[in-house]
Design a protein around this ligand. Structure first.
Ligand code: DQA
Length: 144
């Protein structure tokens, strides 16, 4: 069966391409989705973005029936215990992705409340971070 991978993007990530390109790059979320679909044609992607925290919790729950999940929670990373708890409950491989190097920016970005609930974290690699995350998820799904 084809691996099914969830790629979830949270608050404000729909503005990628226009939003602080010096920090987040010039690719839009559609460009990133295309990159992933081109690189991993064997994967059935659920590629989603929402600015609503409750909707994101629903997406995370849906991923229970998948091979794994990559999530960039945006600013929710730094304070959403609701996302932490939803991720903690999800029993599939999980990766947290950040386009920018959150450790080299404002102090408050250094703390992620979701990291304890995931298997791996990718920061500062731009769009390549999503590709790395999917490669990791596929390596994990081979082992299952
Ligand atoms: C981000 C980093 C967060 O601090 C920020 O709020 C974002 C994007 C990143 O991808 O680098 O929205 O998650």
């Amino acid at each position: 069966m084809a691996p099914r991978v969830f790629v979830l993007n949270g608050v404000n990530l729909g503005t990628l391409g226009r939003r602080r390109p010096e920090v987040y790059g010039t690719l839009t979320l559609n460009d990133i989705e295309k990159l992933l679909r081109d690189e991993f044609p064997e994967v059935e992607f659920e590629f989603r973005q929402t600015d609503h925290e409750g909707e994101m919790v629903g997406f995370i729950r849906e991923a229970a029936e998948s091979s794994g999940l990559a999530i960039n929670p945006g600013a929710w990373t730094h304070y959403s215990y609701a996302l932490h708890d939803a991720l903690e409950t999800l029993d599939v491989p999980k990766v947290e992705v950040h386009l920018s190097n959150v450790h080299a920016r404002e102090e408050w970005r250094r703390r992620s409340v979701v990291s304890p609930a995931v298997d791996a974290v990718v920061v500062g690699m731009g769009a390549l971070g999503y590709q790395a995350a999917v490669a990791y998820l596929l390596s994990r799904s081979d082992r299952r």
